[in-house]
Write a protein that binds this ligand. Structure first.
Ligand SMILES: Nc1nc2c(c(=O)[nH]1)N[C@H]1C(S)=C(S)[C@@H](COP(=O)(O)O)O[C@H]1N2
Ligand SMILES: [Mo]
Length: 340
């Protein structure tokens, strides 16, 4: 039986069924008149079919969701593609990616693109602070103009066992770190998203530890794969993808890739991330993709490629072991900590 009562304190991402599945299921029940009691006895197989149906029905895309923000740095894009990052599958159509998002500031379901349009991108200040030489508050436009932009094709694997592929435009996080000049004692980078209850209704939910926070070790943050995206599909990033600045760390579960960042803080202490604070045993600080380490309540062995309905085996580090595997060789932590 896969139906699980949603408790008010519990974030949707910690439930085996994403919020949108509940809504889709209610639609299915309405359409076909199937009683909840009958569905309550569903087997795992029926669950997979139902989730598959949701992923397909919820991911046909909507061209209207592609609203390119009108910002002064639009002239910086597109940028040349860095061919070093190849995909083993097709790019997800933009209308699909732009319609199916996780961005809890705007709601705990997937269809937040319209709400997210309320985000004001300009002016947008970025604060760099903590253990750095160059403590600074800088306009995002100035920062983007200073950074070397390129395009990269990355996979994204959500902990909810679906995946997509996205062409990001942006710059290596290592470039921002070079600009900040961390002091020798700095070991971690904490990133914080915007906070504005008037714009983001999700932030009025008192049970969530707003603002959204994420963190990396400096070794991870300076790895070549760690990328700050300012664009998607060759233009300025859509608001629903986390404009104006969003992290892309494709070897980690999607929740690590924090959207709409306003602050980078360097520290000696490990920061506590948003999901870790909510449910640390299920969504930890490390969150490296590993098909062999299940989430406490479901398997991570496979993933559904959204829009295609195709289910494929998940790869260690989401297929990026060559770039990041060495980072974890000498870390003496249990697998349930490093990969969850
Ligand atoms: N600020 C913020 N960043 C966030 C989230 C969020 O709710 N708020 N959700 C995360 C999760 S769970 C995922 S899977 C990805 C989804 O990115 P996408 O919507 O661009 O595909 O964003 C991540 N970054
Ligand atoms: Mo996610």
């Amino acid at each position: 039986m896969w139906i699980k009562r949603h408790r008010a304190w519990e974030p949707p991402e910690s439930s085996a069924t994403p919020e949108s599945a509940w809504r889709a299921r209610r639609r299915i029940i309405k359409t076909f008149g199937v009683g909840a009691a009958v569905l309550g006895l569903d087997t795992g197989g029926a669950r997979a079919t139902l989730l598959g149906r949701l992923l397909k029905s919820g991911t046909q895309g909507n061209e209207e969701s592609i609203v390119i923000p009108d910002v002064p740095w639009n002239d910086q894009l597109p940028a040349e593609r860095n061919g070093a990052y190849q995909l083993d599958r097709a790019l997800t159509p933009e209308a699909v990616n732009a319609t199916f998002n996780n961005f809890y500031e705007f709601g705990s379901h997937k269809e937040i693109w319209e709400e997210a349009q309320a985000l004001e991108l300009s002016p947008w200040q970025i604060k760099i602070d903590g253990m750095v030489e160059n403590k600074i508050t800088i306009d995002v436009e100035e920062l983007i103009r200073r950074m070397p932009l390129e395009e990269r094709l990355y996979r994204l694997r959500c902990v909810e066992a679906w995946s997509m592929t996205i062409p990001w435009t942006g710059f290596p996080l290592a470039e921002l770190i070079k600009f900040a000049k961390p002091l020798s004692g700095a070991k971690f980078l904490r990133m914080e998203a915007f906070m504005d209850k008037d714009v983001a209704r999700g932030q009025t939910q008192p049970w969530n530890p707003w603002p959204y926070v994420e963190g990396l070790t400096l070794a991870e943050a300076t790895n070549e794969l760690a990328f700050i995206a300012v664009g998607t599909y060759g233009h300025t990033a859509l608001k629903q993808h986390g404009a104006p600045l969003r992290l892309a760390v494709p070897w980690k579960y999607g929740f690590k890739s924090i959207k709409s960042i306003v602050r980078f803080t360097f520290s000696a202490e490990r920061p506590v991330s948003f999901w870790e604070e909510l449910q640390g045993t299920e969504y930890g600080f490390w969150a490296n993709v590993n098909p062999g380490i299940p989430h406490p309540r479901w398997s991570q062995a496979r993933e559904e490629i959204i829009h295609t309905g195709e289910k494929v085996p998940t790869k260690l580090y989401n297929g990026y072991a060559e770039q990041v595997g060495h980072l974890y060789k000498n870390i003496n932590l249990p697998d349930e900590v490093l990969y969850r």
